[in-house]
Design a protein around this ligand. Structure first.
Ligand SMILES: C[S@@+](CC[C@H](N)C(=O)[O-])C[C@H]1O[C@@H](n2cnc3c(N)ncnc32)[C@H](O)[C@@H]1O
Length: 278
């Protein structure tokens, strides 16, 4: 898999290229990273890549020309390597939020060209001509797209076959289908008692089914408290079994022991109509 990054700060990408899990995978040749500096595609002595915004206002805007030339160079380098044209993604707060499904779909392809904006953003004509998708890291504004691009690359690379030491460990992570798309359960390691706090007894029992049930219930409890929409989505996909539904209903006090099912929510009372008064 090949990542091409268009950035004014290529040195920032040493973080994923050289360190940790992604660094090891890079050294093993499982993925490659190529940085393109738009300044190398300028034609003036100052290597200008930005200018004032038309219409006035604060800040500067990245010019279309150097960005488009950098993208073309990246596509040509990919073609020379026998790869097809890559999608071109601009990191932008106005983009679609990056998530685990996005990382999975990226990991299934052969790479992408990531454009890191700076200043107030990039000339819209570059976006219209060259960009196939806009990706946001979340509802906040960074100083530049590099940190967002690093997150995009890291989340995708760790899903590539053979990248994680324990091949199963990505399957146990939050949002994974194997975990029904729920949040991960808490983790503990030695010492068995830390500052008076013991490890939960279920994890010390050695009883695999009990440990699995404990983890599942912690996942359900955490997810219902923090990300209830993930519970709804797991339910809609048929990923919650009877034991899960019972646990969730017990948590919310809606378990009906007589019928052994969650009590149905009462329908809200019909709003009174004017005609009811007569
Ligand atoms: C200061 S920001 C520009 C913000 C832009 N004026 C706006 O309000 O949408 C500079 C660059 O940082 C990157 N960036 C900032 N926040 C981001 C986010 N949440 N996700 C992805 N990229 C982001 C984009 O590449 C953007 O062009």
């Amino acid at each position: 898999m090949r990542f091409d990054v268009v950035t004014l700060f290529p040195e920032m990408f040493g973080v994923v290229r050289d360190l940790g899990v992604t660094g090891r995978a890079h050294a093993q040749g499982r993925w490659s990273l190529h940085a393109w500096n738009p300044r190398d595609f300028t034609h003036d002595v100052h290597r200008t890549v930005d200018d004032r915004p038309y219409g006035g206002g604060p800040g500067m805007v990245m010019m279309a020309g150097p960005l488009e030339a950098a993208v073309n160079a990246a596509q040509e380098a990919r073609a020379a390597q026998g790869l097809g044209r890559a999608p071109v993604a601009l990191l932008a707060p106005v983009g679609r939020r990056y998530d685990q499904a996005g990382a999975e779909s990226l990991a299934a392809g052969d790479g992408i060209i990531l454009i890191c904006g700076r200043y107030e953003g990039v000339d819209q004509r570059f976006i219209d001509r060259c960009v196939t998708q806009e990706i946001s890291l979340g509802d906040f504004v960074l100083s530049g797209g590099e940190i967002a691009a690093l997150a995009v690359i890291d989340a995708a690379v760790r899903l590539l076959p053979g990248v994680l030491n324990d091949g199963d460990s990505a399957l146990q992570d939050s949002f994974n289908d194997t975990l029904s798309g729920l949040l991960d359960s808490p983790h503990y390691t030695r010492p068995e008692v830390y500052e008076g706090e013991p490890v939960p007894a279920a994890l010390l029992s050695g009883h695999h089914a009990n440990i699995a049930r404990w983890r599942r219930e912690r996942s359900l409890a955490l997810t219902v408290a923090r990300r209830p929409e993930l519970i709804e989505s797991a339910r809609a996909r048929g990923w919650l079994d009877k034991a899960d539904e019972r646990y969730l209903a017990e948590l919310t006090g809606t378990w009906d022991p007589a019928s052994e099912t969650p009590r149905r929510k009462r329908k809200p009372a019909r709003p009174a109509k004017a005609s009811d008064a007569s």
